[in-house]
Design a protein. Structure first.
Length: 351
C-alpha cells in the first residue's frame, strides 16, 4: 500500500459506476497481494482497445479512450449474452473493461459479433489510510424506514435487447402524462447510465438503480441483497413523493438472478402487476405463462415483438393478455386500464 496523489485521481477518467464515490476518502492504493472483491474501486491503465473504445462518465458523456489512459472502474462480474461473460479476477492481473459504464473483470467468453474486450492493467485498488479497500457499498443510499410507492409495476423480458427498457420508459411516460409522480428503478444488471437518462427524459420524477444501492453489477449477488436493495430503493422513491414506481429487471427469465428474483415471494409481493417484453411470439407466450405460474398479474405484452404484426397475432392467440405498443403504453386510456386492473387485483388478493 502506498499514498496516491489526488491530482492523479482527478486526471483519470471516472466511470458511471463510481459516480457516488467520495474520492477524497481514497488516499492510498494497494498495488500488491490483493484479491479484489465485487465493488472494489480500481485505478487501471488501458493497454489495448477492444470493443469498448469509450467510457461512460458520471454525467453520461461517452469519453473516447486511448491506450495509456488511466481510468477509474469498479470490479464486478458480468453476464450479458449479447456481450460478455466476465468474473472478478483472483489478483491484480491484467484483465478487461467489460462494460462502458466502468466494470473491470476477466472476460471468459463473448458474443461473436464483438472484436474482443478492451484490455486493462490494474494499477491498484484504492484504499483509505488504514489499508481497507474502498468499495461501492460504502456509498450506497442510507437504509430508510417508510412506505413503498402506492403502486409498483415490474417489467420482465425474454433476454437482452427484448425491449424492456423501452417498455419501462413508455410506462413511465404514460404515468407522467396522466398526472402521476412516477419513479423509475432498475434493480439488476450492469452499471450503465443510458437507461436512467432515458427514464429521466421520459418524465420520471426520480430515477435510481442498483448502483445507488452500492452494487456495480448484480451477477453473482445473493438474492437477499437484491431484495433488500430493491425494497430500500423503492422506499427512497416514496420519500421523493413518487406515487407510482416502474421497476425494470434486466436480462431474461433464464438468467440466474432474474430467475431468482421472479420466483421470490418477497419480490413478487412488491408488484401490483408486470408487463412482459419479448423479442418473438414464442418467447412472449412462454414468458407470460411462466410469470402467471408464479402468481404474477401479467398486464400485457410489449417489447420488440410489437415490431411485427404477424408475431403479435401469433402471441395473443396463445395468451390471455393484451399486447401494447410503446405508443399504447403512453396513452392515458392504457394507464387507466392498468390502474383499474391494479385495484381489482388488490381486491381479489384481499378476499
Amino acid at each position: 500500500m502506498e499514498p496516491i496523489a489526488s491530482f492523479r485521481l482527478t486526471a483519470a477518467k471516472r466511470s458511471y459506476a463510481v459516480r457516488r464515490v467520495n474520492f477524497a476518502e481514497c488516499t492510498h492504493i494497494i498495488t500488491k497481494s490483493c484479491k479484489p472483491q465485487p465493488g472494489d474501486l480500481v485505478l487501471a491503465r488501458v493497454q489495448a482497445l477492444g470493443s469498448h473504445k469509450r467510457i461512460e462518465l458520471p454525467n453520461g458523456r461517452k469519453a473516447t479512450l486511448h491506450e495509456g489512459d488511466e481510468v477509474l472502474l469498479a470490479f464486478g462480474n458480468r453476464y450479458a449474452p449479447d456481450q460478455y461473460e466476465a468474473y472478478v479476477p483472483e489478483s491484480l492481473e491484467a484483465c478487461h473493461m467489460v462494460a462502458a459504464g466502468g466494470i473491470a473483470a476477466k472476460a471468459v467468453s463473448w458474443h461473436d459479433r464483438l472484436t474482443g474486450p478492451t484490455t486493462i492493467e490494474p494499477v491498484g485498488v484504492l484504499s483509505r489510510s488504514d489499508g481497507k479497500a474502498v468499495n461501492l457499498k460504502e456509498f450506497a443510499l442510507p437504509t430508510i424506514a417508510c412506505q413503498m410507492p402506492a403502486a409498483v409495476f415490474g417489467v420482465f423480458g425474454t433476454s437482452m435487447n427484448a425491449g424492456k427498457t423501452a417498455t419501462a420508459a413508455s410506462l413511465v411516460r404514460g404515468f407522467a402524462l396522466s398526472g402521476y409522480k412516477v419513479g423509475a428503478l432498475k434493480v439488476t444488471g450492469t452499471a450503465a447510465g443510458g437507461d436512467p437518462w432515458l427514464m429521466h427524459d421520459s418524465g420520471a420524477t426520480q430515477v435510481l438503480d442498483f448502483t445507488d444501492g452500492g452494487l456495480a453489477t448484480t451477477f453473482g449477488t445473493p438474492l437477499d441483497t437484491i431484495v433488500g436493495t430493491t425494497r430500500n430503493l423503492l422506499r427512497t422513491l416514496h420519500r421523493s413523493d413518487c406515487d407510482v414506481a416502474v421497476v425494470e429487471i434486466a436480462d431474461g427469465l433464464f438468467q440466474e438472478e432474474t430467475r431468482q428474483v421472479a420466483a421470490s415471494p418477497l419480490m413478487h409481493s412488491l408488484f401490483d402487476g408486470v408487463v412482459f417484453a419479448a423479442g418473438d411470439a414464442l418467447g412472449a407466450v412462454a414468458g407470460v405463462h411462466s410469470l402467471e405460474k408464479l402468481g404474477y398479474q401479467v398486464l400485457g405484452l410489449s417489447g420488440a415483438v410489437m415490431r411485427s404484426p404477424l408475431a403479435v397475432r401469433e402471441a395473443i392467440v396463445n395468451v390471455d393478455v393484451p399486447a401494447f405498443s410503446l405508443a399504447d403504453l403512453q396513452h392515458p386510456a392504457t394507464v387507466s386500464t392498468i390502474m383499474e386492473h391494479t385495484l381489482s387485483g388488490r381486491l381479489a388478493a384481499a378476499q
